[in-house]
Structure formats: structure tokens, C-alpha cells
Design a protein around this ligand. Structure first.
Ligand code: ZN
Length: 258
């Protein structure tokens, strides 16, 4: 990813999407906001126990950096599902209930929040549509990345081979230690997950990056960029649920058609 330091902020762009004129996007870090520890400082999560005024201002900072007013941004109440909802400009300023992915063919900005779960952007430059997905292990088990591709095909006529996919900063196989119960739960839903859970030094490690890359490739996506940035290894830059011991903020990912 390409780091951008501006206005006291540090954020990242995917090389794949930075080269595309039709789309604007950013994955923000935890740097440059107003929140106090353990939410320091650019926390955009409103349900983690942080001061609501600080969260409000942090969101304003993020949106302003993208050239957006709050009524041009749509988000959702993330619940670790595999639901991907179509939205349009009329949804600007709204919070869509109980969904973990948003997609649009209009120039409304899609905004989600992360702290170890996997952010995935899908962009179809041919049909001009975009999606932003939140894939934790439950969403990954339920195949939300592939659902996003299928929903874009259904709603916008996207051909999977045209879609450019980007997998953002999230907990890496280096730090995602899991138990036998996890292996059983995820493989019960998606047996192929077993190939991405490895035992190292007696401990199981799961690779959500490769699981999601595999699901995207299986869905027919032609190009997948993986950031390979682990939020726990880099919790100086990113909020990490694991790396910060559970009590922490959320960083922002946004995408919008230009
Ligand atoms: Zn790591």
C-alpha cells in the first residue's frame, strides 16, 4: 500500500486503486485524531466506549480529508454477517442496520470500521460499481467476500473477471492464534478453511488474508491485491483488538466512485 502523510494524518491507499481514475479510497490509521487512550487517537467506532464528541470530530476529520460532508457518507451497523446491502446517494448520512458490506453504483461514500477484521474493497471499472466489506472470521466462514462479488454481478451486471479486489490491513497469520474450537467452527461452515490454519510451535494460526483471497479467486475475481499489513504487529499505526487486549478503537476504511 502507499502511505500518505497529510494534515497530521497517516493513511494508506492500495496501489491497484490509486491507479484508477474512477474511484477514490483510503484506509486510515489510528493517528491524527482527538481520542484519549485506549482509543488514541483517530477512533471512528461509536460503540467501543469512547467519548462520543471525540468520535464525532474524528469522523469529521476523516470525511474532510476525503472531501466529504457527513451526508455524502453511508455506513452500517456491523454484525459479523455475510450480508451486503446495495445503497445509493439517497442513503447518504444513514446507518444501514445489520449488514457487513455495502455496495453502490452511485457516488455515495461507503464507510466501515476495523480493528483486526479484514477490510475488502471490490471495484468494477467496467460497470462502475464498488463495494466495501467487513470480513471477520464469522464473515469469512460465511463467505462474505464471494457474496460481495455475486451481489455486484446481480445488482450491477458486474463480471467477476472485471472486478479489482483489495484486502486491507487486518490481523495476519503471524498473530492470529486460534484454538481447536475455532478450527472446528470455521471448517464446519467452510471446509476449505483447513488449508489456511497451520500449527506453529504447537499453536494454531489462521490466515484470514489467504482465506479471503482464495474466496475471491474462486468467485472469479481477476485481480486481488493483499496489503500484508498485520494490525497486531503494527498496532502503533492501527487499532488491533488482539494487539491492544480487547479495549481499543476502530480505524476507518472508505471508498467512493468518482
Ligand atoms: Zn502480526
Amino acid at each position: 500500500m502507499i502511505p500518505i502523510r497529510r494534515n497530521g494524518l497517516l493513511y494508506y491507499r492500495f496501489e491497484t486503486l490509486a491507479a484508477q481514475r474512477g474511484v477514490d479510497h483510503a484506509v486510515f490509521t489510528r493517528l491524527g485524531g482527538l481520542s484519549k487512550p485506549p482509543f488514541a487517537s483517530l477512533n471512528v467506532g461509536a460503540t467501543v466506549g469512547d467519548d462520543p464528541a471525540a468520535v464525532h470530530e474524528n469522523r469529521r476529520i476523516v470525511f474532510a480529508e476525503m472531501g466529504l460532508s457527513p451526508d455524502e457518507v453511508v455506513t452500517c451497523y456491523q454484525v459479523h454477517s455475510a450480508a451486503v446491502a446495495p445503497v445509493g446517494a439517497r442513503h447518504g448520512g444513514q446507518v444501514i442496520p445489520a449488514t457487513d458490506g455495502l455496495m453502490s453504483a452511485e457516488s455515495v461514500a461507503l464507510f466501515l470500521r476495523f480493528a483486526d477484521c479484514v477490510p475488502i474493497i471490490l471495484y468494477d471499472p467496467v460497470r462502475r460499481a464498488v463495494a466495501l466489506v467487513h470480513a471477520g472470521w464469522r464473515g469469512t466462514a460465511a463467505g462474505i467476500a464471494g457474496v460481495g462479488v455475486a451481489r455486484m454481478a446481480e445488482q450491477y451486471g458486474s463480471r467477476p473477471g472485471d472486478i479489482l479486489a483489495c484486502i486491507g490491513p487486518s490481523i495476519g497469520p503471524c498473530c492470529y492464534r486460534v484454538g481447536e474450537d475455532f478450527r472446528q467452527a470455521i471448517t464446519a461452515q467452510w471446509p476449505d478453511a483447513a488449508a489456511y490454519i497451520a500449527r506453529r510451535n504447537g499453536v494454531l494460526h489462521a490466515d484470514l488474508w489467504e482465506m479471503n483471497r482464495r474466496q475471491l479467486v474462486d468467485a472469479g475475481v481477476g485481480h486481488v491485491e493483499v496489503a500484508h499489513i498485520c494490525t497486531a504487529c503494527h498496532n502503533d499505526e492501527f487499532f488491533s483488538h488482539r494487539g491492544d487486549g480487547g479495549r481499543t478503537g476502530r480505524f476507518a476504511a472508505l471508498v467512493r466512485l468518482r
